[in-house]
Design a protein around this ligand. Structure first.
Ligand SMILES: [Zn+2]
Length: 444
C-alpha cells in the first residue's frame, strides 16, 4: 500500500488526421516483432498431470493421467532484445521510439497467448495482429497547456490534439497523462489517477497500565487515559476480598463473590468497547501498531497482579481494535529501552518515567519512547539518527512547541504519579495532556 498506486482512466477524442499509412506500417512492425520472437521461442517438453472425473456410486472420483506437452520459453535476454530492436529498425522510417513500443506490445501479446496456451485455452499458433492501432509511449508526445503533440517522425511529422475543447477537460485537470493509443479516427488518452490510500496514516501505540500512549508524526504524542479501566479492576478486587472474607465464614455469600468477577469483566469489556470505538473514529484511515503481546516476555515478577490485569485488557484492546480498524502487530522487543535515534540502551531516570540514552544522551518519556519505537518499526525504519530526525523530530517540533504552550510552557510532572491513577476520567476516551518532555541535547 504505497502511494504510487494508480487507477487508469481513459477518454477518447475524435480526430480528422489521415494516419492509416502510419497505422499499417506499425501493424506490420508489430507483427514482425512477434514473428521474430516466435521463431526464437524454445519449446520444452514437459509431463503434465491431468485428470478426468468419473462417477461411481454417486461419488465423483478423479482419474489421473499424464500427457506430454510443449511449453514455450520466450526469449528475454538483453542481447536478444537488442538484436530484435536492430532488426526492426532496418525497416522503420518513423520515430525510433515506436520500435520500443512495438516490442513491448509484442511481448505482452505473447505473454497473454502463453498464459492461455498453458491453461489449454489456446492452440500452438502464432498470434496475428488484426487491429489497427499505435501505442504512443510517453517519450513520443509532449503535453502542454491542454495540448498534446505527438511525434510521428521527428522534425518532420507531428499531430496535435487539443484537449481544451473536450468535455472531460475539467475531470483530468490535475491528472498525469499516461500512454496514448492512436487509431484511425480516434485518440484514446489514458490518465493516471492516484488511488487515495485508505489507510494513509500510521500510529504506534504503547500499552501501559494507566495510559495508552500513541505516536504519529501527525498527532504527535497522544495519551489516552486508562486509569478508569484500572479502577474497575481495583474496586472489584477490594470488594472481592471483602466478600471472600465474609464468604469464608458464611457459605451463602460465596455465590456473590464469584459474581463480582463476572461484573468486573463485563465492565472492563464495556470500557474497552467504547475506548476502541472512539479510537477508530478519532483516528480514521489509520493503521494502528500494537506490540505483539504473544511475543512479549518482558514481565518481571514484581507487581505481578498489575501486569496480569494489564495484559488481559491489552489483549482485549488489540483484539477489538482489529475488529474496528486495521491493526499491525509489531515485535515489542526492548521497545521502551532502546533509543529510537541511535539504537543505544535507554536507562531510567526520575523513578523510571524518563529514560535517557547512554550512547547519544537523548531523553524521552518512557512511554513515548515505546510508542515512537513501535511507530518506527511499523514503518520499517531502522534506528538511525537521520531517520529519527526526519521521521520524528522534524515533524514533531512544531507540535511539541504547541503542547508546551498549551501547558503554560512548563513541562508538568504528570508522569510522576505513576503508581497513582488520575481521577479525571469521566469521559470514556479522555486524552491526557502528555507532558512535553523530550530532552534534545543532540537532535541529530
Ligand atoms: Zn541514542
Amino acid at each position: 500500500m504505497r502511494s504510487n498506486s494508480y487507477r487508469i482512466v481513459s477518454y477518447k477524442i475524435k480526430h480528422g488526421y489521415d494516419v492509416s499509412g502510419f497505422l499499417l506500417c506499425y501493424r506490420s512492425l508489430l507483427q514482425r516483432a512477434i514473428d521474430i520472437i516466435w521463431s526464437n521461442i524454445k519449446w520444452v517438453r514437459k509431463w503434465e498431470k491431468k485428470y478426468y472425473i468419473v462417477e461411481r456410486e454417486g461419488k465423483k472420483i478423479r482419474r489421473y493421467y499424464r500427457v506430454r506437452r510443449l511449453i514455450p520459453v520466450v526469449p528475454r535476454t538483453k542481447e536478444f532484445k537488442r538484436q530484435l530492436r536492430n532488426e526492426l529498425m532496418n525497416c522503420w522510417n518513423y520515430a525510433p521510439h515506436y520500435v520500443d513500443s512495438a516490442i513491448k506490445v509484442a511481448y505482452s501479446i505473447l505473454k497473454s497467448w502463453r498464459r492461455n496456451y498453458v491453461k489449454g485455452e489456446r492452440r500452438r499458433e502464432k498470434p496475428v495482429v488484426k487491429r489497427l492501432f499505435v501505442r504512443v509511449k510517453e517519450t513520443l508526445y509532449v503535453y502542454r497547456d491542454g495540448r498534446i503533440r505527438v511525434t510521428i517522425a521527428p522534425r518532420k511529422h507531428y499531430l496535435e490534439f487539443d484537449l481544451n475543447r473536450s468535455w472531460f477537460k475539467n475531470r483530468v485537470k490535475e491528472l498525469e497523462l499516461g500512454e496514448l493509443i492512436l487509431t484511425r479516427h480516434e485518440l484514446i488518452i489514458t490518465f493516471r489517477k492516484p488511488i487515495k490510500e485508505k489507510y494513509a496514516e500510521r500510529i504506534g501505540w504503547d500499552l501501559n497500565l494507566f495510559s495508552l500512549d500513541g505516536f504519529s508524526p501527525k498527532h504527535g504524542w497522544v495519551r489516552v487515559d486508562l486509569s478508569k479501566l484500572y479502577h474497575i479492576h481495583r474496586v472489584h478486587e477490594v470488594k472481592r476480598k471483602k466478600a471472600q472474607r465474609v464468604a469464608s465464614r458464611k457459605f451463602s455469600v460465596k455465590e456473590r463473590a464469584s459474581r463480582h468477577g463476572e461484573r468486573e469483566r463485563n465492565r472492563a469489556k464495556d470500557f474497552v468497547h467504547k475506548l476502541t470505538t472512539e479510537l477508530t473514529s478519532k483516528f480514521p484511515n489509520t493503521v494502528h501498531g500494537f506490540e505483539d503481546l504473544s511475543k512479549n516476555n518482558m514481565y518481571g515478577h514484581s507487581r505481578k497482579h498489575n501486569r496480569d490485569v494489564g495484559k488481559q485488557n491489552w489483549k482485549q484492546i488489540v483484539q477489538y481494535m482489529s475488529y474496528k480498524g486495521r491493526v499491525e502487530l509489531i515485535d515489542p522487543k526492548n521497545s521502551s529501552s532502546t533509543c529510537p535515534a541511535c539504537g543505544g540502551e535507554m536507562v531510567k531516570l526520575r523513578k523510571g518515567q524518563v529514560v535517557r540514552c547512554v550512547k547519544c544522551g537523548l531523553e524521552l518519556d518512557r512511554q513515548l519512547c515505546g510508542a515512537i519505537n513501535i511507530y518506527l518499526r511499523m514503518c520499517g525504519f531502522p534506528q538511525s539518527p537521520s531517520t529519527f530526525y526526519r521521521a520524528v523530530i522534524r515533524k514533531m517540533i512544531p507540535r511539541w512547541r504547541m503542547q508546551m504552550r498549551a501547558l503554560g510552557g512548563v513541562a508538568t510532572n504528570g508522569g510522576e504519579g505513576d503508581d497513582m491513577p488520575s481521577m479525571n476520567s469521566r469521559r470514556w476516551l479522555s486524552l491526557m495532556n502528555p507532558k512535553a518532555y523530550i530532552g534534545l541535547q543532540k537532535p541529530t
